[in-house]
Write a protein that binds this ligand. Structure first.
Ligand SMILES: NC(=O)c1ccc[n+]([C@@H]2O[C@H](COP(=O)([O-])OP(=O)(O)OC[C@H]3O[C@@H](n4cnc5c(N)ncnc54)[C@H](O)[C@@H]3O)[C@@H](O)[C@H]2O)c1
Length: 441
């Protein structure tokens, strides 16, 4: 079977490479010519562990190719995945579907023979049917003989573990329009290796599949915000949020994942998907008050992290040097989208701090977004002469720092650990004024 991924970003490129690994002939298309040129030269445009090996192995095997020529690729395909971005639309919080609809129009013009068009992008309920309408309008010849189907197949992979997530998902969700058997057969064939491995494959209606993705992300975001708010309460009451998280997480109905307190969630999905679900709820006159509260709590939390750092520095950071470890929204990615650092750093700068930051993979992107700070090669270089050190992203590189060396390099002794990587008793014994989240210091 031959398929096309339209959009070769985090989702399109990883999904395309994984489908190729399943034995399918895949062409990853992108309208960004520089991205395609880079992929053709064997240089990955994103950082994702294991991706380069997976891509080069499948390119060598002749199962994976890259192209800027969407019409040629689509004409030869049995299934075409739309994996373009759906960012937040400026002004109203809705998902911006410009790229999805533009891709649908381009795809429509090139379809030959029965093809399944699959929305893999995260799209609001009703988008699949709008994509079908765009194609039917552009190609009445295909609509008449029902020579295409639109399917929703939301993606649940996480950046940083995207390949394992795609290859070993908790479930695959496939939303069919009007129960199309032809589309079901194509999707079963594509995910055959996962069927054989007994991965739960959930066939639903297209609207249900679209909503599952938003409901899943909003639920996870709610869990994070819940434990963050409990962490704040712990600080007031002298309780320990780590122990509270363990104590509630051992209850099978709650589960221990996503109960790590921190500086608020970021990334390319949770913030925009929560906002979009709020919008979907309002438009359907079925408001989602819990998700609305999560959105405003999380925005405020990122700002509060800057206040927390300033308070730890004695109420002012004017003229102080702050070493910031970690800029990406989570470890093992170079993705800076909606990262807490994008809120915290400007607030520290406004308050007069000098910021020296380091990040194993995020610096190239961070330099475009945070041009007014200094970048260091390593944690110890960032610590040189710093009055305070802030741990913002829990990269493995920051999990076993040599604190004796850090102390020698730093001018001050304040450490603000926004990921609770270290133990308060050890840090205090090492001579630091240590601040973490939701734990007695
Ligand atoms: N990043 C994640 O972890 C993740 C996980 C699950 C779902 N999603 C969803 O998947 C979708 C894609 O996200 P992403 O992070 O991969 O985005 P991305 O920005 O990394 O990639 C999108 C790509 O699509 C390309 N593109 C846009 N319009 C095009 C067109 N008409 N033809 C060809 N290429 C086109 C862009 O040039 C870009 O390279 C979004 O809806 C997102 O919400 C993302």
């Amino acid at each position: 079977m031959r398929i096309v991924l339209v959009g070769s970003g985090y989702v399109g490129l990883v999904s395309g490479a994984c489908f190729a690994e399943f034995g399918i002939d895949v062409t990853c298309v992108d309208r960004d010519a520089a991205k395609i040129a880079s992929l053709e030269a064997g240089v990955m445009p994103i950082y994702e562990p294991g991706l380069e090996d997976l891509v080069s192995r499948n390119v060598r095997a002749g199962r994976l190719a890259f192209s800027g020529d969407l019409p040629a690729a689509v004409a030869a395909a049995s299934a075409v995945f739309i994996a373009v971005g759906t960012p937040t639309r400026r002004g109203d919080g809705h998902a911006d579907l410009t790229y999805v609809f533009a891709a649908a129009r381009e795809i429509a013009a090139s379809l030959r023979g029965y093809t399944v068009i699959v929305t893999k992008s995260t799209v609001p309920v009703g988008t699949g049917r709008k994509v079908a309408a765009i194609i039917a309008e552009a190609r009445p010849d295909l609509a008449e003989g029902r020579d295409f189907d639109v399917v929703s197949n939301p993606e649940f992979l996480r950046e940083g573990s995207a390949i394992t997530d795609f290859m070993h998902p908790d479930r695959v969700v496939i939303g069919l329009t009007d129960g199309s058997e032809a589309a079901r057969a194509v999707m079963r064939e594509l995910y055959r290796p996962l069927f054989l491995r007994d991965t739960p494959i959930l066939f639903t209606g297209i609207e249900t599949a679209e909503l599952i993705k938003y409901a899943a992300n909003s639920f996870l975001a709610t869990k994070i915000s819940f434990i963050n708010e409990i962490a704040d309460l712990c600080e007031k009451l002298g309780a320990n949020v780590q122990e509270v998280a363990t104590g509630i997480g051992l209850d099978g109905r709650i589960g221990k994942k996503f109960l790590h307190p921190g500086p608020g969630f970021g990334g390319s999905c949770f913030p925009k998907d929560c906002l979009a679900l709020v919008r979907i709820g309002r438009e359907a006159q079925s408001p989602l008050s819990i998700v609305e509260a999560v959105v405003s709590f999380n925005d405020a939390r990122k700002r509060q992290m800057a206040e927390r750092i300033i308070a730890a520095c004695g109420g002012s950071v004017a003229g102080k040097r702050i070493a910031l470890l970690g800029l990406t929204f989570k470890p093992n990615t170079d993705d800076m989208r909606e990262s807490p650092s994008l809120v915290v750093v400007p607030l520290l700068r406004e308050a007069g701090a000098e910021v020296v930051a380091c990040d194993p993979e995020g610096i190239a992107e961070a330099k475009k977004l945070l041009p007014s700070i200094t970048y260091a090669e390593s944690a110890s270089a960032a610590a040189e002469g710093a009055d305070a050190l802030v741990l913002l992203t829990e990269w493995n590189q920051f999990r076993a720092l040599d604190w004796a060396e850090m102390k020698r390099r730093m001018r001050g002794h304040v450490v603000v650990d926004l990921r609770n990587i270290y133990r308060p008793d050890q840090m205090t014994a090492a001579g630091f004024a240590y601040h973490s989240i939701g734990r007695p210091s």
